[in-house]
Design a protein around this ligand. Sequence first.
Ligand code: ADP
Ligand code: MG
Length: 375
Amino acid sequence: MAPRSLTARRATWSAPGRVNLIGEHTDYNDGLALPFAIPMCTTVHGVARDDAIVRVSSTGRDPIEFGTSTTPGEVFGWGAYVAGVVWAMSTAGHRVPGADLQITSEVPVGAGLSSSAALECAVTLALADLAALDLAAGEIVTIARRAENDFVGAPTGALDQTASMYGRAGHVVCFDARAMSCEAVPCDPEAEGLMLLVIDTGVGHRHAGGEYAQRRAGCADAAAQLGVRSLRALDVESLDRHLARLDVRHRPLVRHVVTENERVRRTVEHLRARRLREVGPLLTESHVSLRDDFAVSIPELDTAVDTALHAGALGARLTGGGFGGSVIALVPRERMDDVVQGVRVEYADRGFATPSFMPVAPSAGAGATSDPTRR
Ligand code: ADP
Ligand code: MG
């Protein structure tokens, strides 16, 4: 990605959050996922400093300050996401200038819409611009992911950062974690009279928490037991044979990952043929697999899915790591009100937190805010 100006002392860059249409808990298994960039962005306005200090402010949070030679363990909390980027850029051999960074964001935090990747990508872009570095999008993904994995300490895959960097209006990003490649696949709900609706349960998820790490370790153990590099090496045709060779406790994890990769492939086929409606049942199958086999759902997510389907959604699933966060539902335009009302009423009846609703169209990826191609 070319810097906006080689002599910039100021730089303003935005990076969007993302929602994953389908392909959950596959990225760290070298698998396939279909995220897309959402219209909500995090924006970083940066001004270069003449010293080696980074000062960061973000709406509603106490400002933080650290040196450009910061290392993991020196900055905690939300500042770790920013300091992690500075550290990851430095360790990649880039000189990072001192800077004042001002952050604003429309991406809900902890809702499974990847406010963390939006923050990391926007910070990387702004600092690269201030340093007159011409970083490729793939390199930015790597820097942002290292910040999250090795500085913040959240063992996530590269899915979120890839979606934020490579998102394109009217398209989902087919991400292949084995090839580390991605391809834009057309997805235009409006053209088919449909809408993609995010239902935020209001229950914050905990990615860095033990549950995510446990599932991840379980998948790695299972791959080792089967003598394959990753679960991507397995296909649905030979799944039963592989399952029979595994510990009983690993079987559901493997069944989810292998069938989920297959659901992504089928979703891509439908999207290419402009049959988004047909994707609905695959979304619901994905949810059932995440609920029953991967065991990452909670009652709030299940209730949103079941109620949305009952009110006319063509399909719905939890999106993001699970244990809270959001549901994505595919809804015919004329059923939107029924779905929103239905979930609202059901949540109130069950005494759950108040949910929020965001219609999301696949949108542009990260870019300079002055870039006219961004919507
Ligand atoms: P998600 O990425 O799904 O929103 P995460 O737990 O991965 O949830 O990341 C959320 C964390 O990222 C927040 O708790 C905060 O530390 C940091 N963060 C995200 N957006 C911002 C922001 N605009 N300002 C400051 N910190 C942010
Ligand atoms: Mg995140």
